[in-house]
Design a protein around this ligand. Sequence first.
Ligand code: AMP
Ligand code: MG
Length: 389
Amino acid sequence: MISVSEALHLIKENTGPVKDIIEISAIESAGYVLSQDVISPVDLPAFDQSAMDGFAISPHSSERYHLRGEVRAGSSTQFQLDPGDAVRIFTGARVPESASAVVIQEEVVTDGDEICVKSDVSKGMNIRTQGEQLRTGSVALSKGMRVNPAAVGLLVSMGIEKVNVYRKPLTSVIVTGDELIAPGSVPEPGQIYESNSVVLVSALHENGFGVISVQHVKDEVSSITDAISAESKISDLILVSGGVSVGDHDHTVECLANNGYVKIFHGVDQKPGKPLYFGIKDDKIAFGLPGNPASALTCFYVYILPALRSVSGSGFNGKWIRAGLNSTFKKKGAREEFLRAEYSNGIVTLLPLQNSAMLHNYAKANALVRLPAGKASYESGDPVDVLLL
Ligand code: AMP
Ligand code: MG
């Protein structure tokens, strides 16, 4: 069985951005990943702008200035100021070329067509200089960046209307299990509600990824094989929940092989999620997830989310940080462990009831703590690796 680090490495090595690049409207690009650098076609700001409401001045030795007029935001009026001249100016308005400072209005006393400046004046004060944010031709946004609201605003600010992005990855979820029934129906003895599909779909959505199809199939080789066959025609990534272990009714791995998926690994020395499977077929990938709900979700956060980010073009990555444990802890088994936890202000608190079938405490968790295989005993304050959820 391979280690967690080996599993992460193998997924990273075997995933990469989708091949299809699309040109989309900049204003609809939030959530997409840029497939090339965006070069600024303009200086930002495009002209020297006043950063405050006040007076633009051409300094001289006296504190008294002659008021020549007004420049509002959006105005194209040009003033030629001589030393000792001032214009009333507002935030965002174009500063006259011949002005070298803006004095805030709180520091000025107006007296008819004269003003008296009470503060010290330094060159360039309260002026946003042309190009101080971005110069024409410089890289404004880098390839591999997921466009966020600020980036959309920046694109629009540069006057860019179209951007090249990677097509979003398409994901299918297949849940297996004879015992599972859909929400809304009444369970017979021995049946339980199927929850992994909704957990996975919610987790995908929460992280900005869509789901193209969800199927629930019986624990039968033919049904699972057919479902994988159908989904692999439409999806980049297939998540198969359940049936990935070694029981008599566990067929997931066999059915992925029937569909031409090549096993990269099956089994990771970890708790929870030991039976995790990862396979590839050309540029498509598949994960076989343990059916236990907490195991499936932990595998999602640790492995599948970074894999999806890689397929989406933003790189194989997770939000790992270091934090101090807030209590002593004794790890029982030899396996590497992921424990549900609450993280706040550099301190991480392990939650009780870590059983892989239980979602109750997972609902409170905002982090997973990764405890390596080698170390069993932890003191309060010991630094640990934490994945923020
Ligand atoms: P399996 O991995 O198929 O052996 O399932 C392990 C455990 O997880 C069993 O107790 C299953 O009943 C449960 N389980 C499997 N799939 C799901 C699911 N989609 N929703 C809720 N529980 C599940
Ligand atoms: Mg099962």
